[in-house]
Design a protein around this ligand. Sequence first.
Ligand SMILES: Cc1cc2nc3c(=O)[nH]c(=O)nc-3n(C[C@H](O)[C@H](O)[C@H](O)COP(=O)(O)OP(=O)(O)OC[C@H]3O[C@@H](n4cnc5c(N)ncnc54)[C@H](O)[C@@H]3O)c2cc1C
Length: 461
Amino acid sequence: MLMRNNIIKELKSALTPQNVLTEIEERYAYAQDALNLPEIKKLPDVVVFVENIEQVQAVVRLANKYKIPIICRGAGTNVVGACTVEHGGIILNFSKMNKILEISSENMTAKVQPGVVVGELQRQVEALGLYYPPDPSNLAVSTIGGSIAQSSGGARTFKYGSTKDYVIDLLVVTASGELLRTGSSTIKNATGYNLNTLFVGSEGTLGIVVEATLKLIPKPQLARVIMAYFDTVKASVDAVNAVIEQQIFPVTIDFMDKNAIQTVERFYPTGLLCDKESALIIEVDGFESAVEFQQKTIVSILETCGASSIQYSKTEDDYHRIWQARRSSMGACAKLRPNVTTDDVIVPRKNLEKLVMGIRAICKKYRLEVCMVGHVGDGSVHPQIPINYNDKDEYRRYKLAKNEIYELTARLDGILSGEHGIGAAKREYISKVVNSQALDYMRMIKKVFDPNNILNPYKIF
Ligand SMILES: Cc1cc2nc3c(=O)[nH]c(=O)nc-3n(C[C@H](O)[C@H](O)[C@H](O)COP(=O)(O)OP(=O)(O)OC[C@H]3O[C@@H](n4cnc5c(N)ncnc54)[C@H](O)[C@@H]3O)c2cc1C
């Protein structure tokens, strides 16, 4: 146990004692996140639930005094081990700081605590005719704090951008316990360095977000989703480019390969066509007349590109059924083997086909099953590989395949993550795509904000 009893005592007196968990079962429950590593190296020493900013500051001051790592936790659903605990420390759980503090229709902004669930914020702003577009597939549970820290995206990134495009101001507790404001309440800000974007995607390594002000936009009047099936992967990738070249701007262009379609249909049947090689899910939105126009144009492009079946949502139920199928892909894939891994490589769109076909070939070479989905409009692919971590040979083959997938991505001018982050899972590979000067500057930035290396240490690099 890294922490001495006197520190636990100090924590209990700074917080409510029942918000300080020290039992081994409790600490075990917070040792993992959705990366779901085969082995747990270390348990956290203590898990604390914070209820306000002052409590966060008190915990950080203690951690800084005793040089104890602090690992923030939203819903623990990141898939890169960003919440894992490598050398013990304090898990700072934000599930009790989950209030929407203000929604301003006038400013079109929302001020929230970090534990607010993304889907809940969306529901509340949409009731007022407003819209918060970032939509990680697990938005029913993932939190604003976690999605800011991982710079989360989702299917709608193609048209609307990702979390970083909606953060206009953050209140951050620094490593020394001070309160730092990164932006302003205004929609534009050219006043000094942009600290918002520095903190978005910093995976809890530079500071702790205790409040966020987010930009909102008007809710589109109508959204419709088109699902097109193809007999080859190449035809579907060609269709992505064809749609974009016609200067149509869909909300999403997502992809499922045959394995993903069949696996979803096996475990969460919604009527997908299992004999097809691939499918594109394309959403359009806007005023009704614009939706009709976009739908007609896209359907005619898809037909020209050889789509063998095209369906589109006629009712809200249809719309949700199609998205439900796409969003279930990781859950379905997880049922194939005891574990599942997902990845998040992204290339310039012109190299998309090479990436998709290359990943398939690598998985075949290493005798691994792969269900491929992705936000292909962005050039982003999620190879989901079901695996049994207890099968040492399979795990060895998986590690080799992963390395080759990253090398392929680097050769195709891509990067290791478009939205999931780096965490612990990819840090040994980051130098494949980020040059050493840039990494040196990142390390210097880390040192400026966190000289004692207490904030989520051993992540990113
Ligand atoms: C089934 C599934 C589907 C997914 N689909 C997508 C997708 O489509 N797009 C996408 O981008 N991601 C996706 N993800 C990944 C996941 O949704 C995101 O990483 C997510 O936003 C994490 O939110 P969380 O609340 O679970 O954060 P956590 O996992 O709890 O934490 C993530 C990181 O944030 C840090 N953190 C948490 N709160 C704070 C805070 N207040 N201050 C500072 N740091 C903090 C943590 O220390 C950690 O580094 C998916 C994950 C799963 C399991």
